[in-house]
Write a protein that binds this ligand. Structure first.
Ligand SMILES: [Zn+2]
Length: 79
C-alpha cells in the first residue's frame, strides 16, 4: 500500500480542507489518511483514499477529567 506524495499534496480533508498524512499501513495496520486539522481518519480501500466525511473515523475525544465532580472550583483569592 503506497500513496504518492504528489497525490497527497493535492488531497485535502473534505471537512476542513487541511492537508492529510498517511497513518498506519505498516505492520499489518490498516492504512488511513489522517487529517492534520480535524484529525479525522479516512480509510484507504484498494489503494484509493475514501475522502468522505461519512466514511471517516471520528477522532478520539480529548481526554477529559471527568473524575472531578462539578462545582468544586477553588475560591478566589481574598486579596
Ligand atoms: Zn479535517
Amino acid at each position: 500500500m503506497r500513496i504518492d506524495d504528489d497525490l497527497l499534496a493535492i488531497l485535502a480533508c473534505p471537512a476542513c480542507r487541511a492537508p492529510l498524512r498517511v497513518s498506519g499501513g505498516d505492520g499489518g495496520a490498516a492504512p488511513e489518511l489522517l487529517c492534520t486539522g480535524c484529525l479525522r481518519a479516512y480509510p484507504v480501500r484498494d489503494d484509493i483514499p475514501v475522502l468522505l466525511v461519512d466514511q471517516a473515523r471520528e477522532p478520539e475525544p480529548p481526554v477529559a477529567r471527568a473524575d472531578e465532580p462539578p462545582g468544586t472550583e477553588e475560591p478566589a483569592d481574598g486579596g
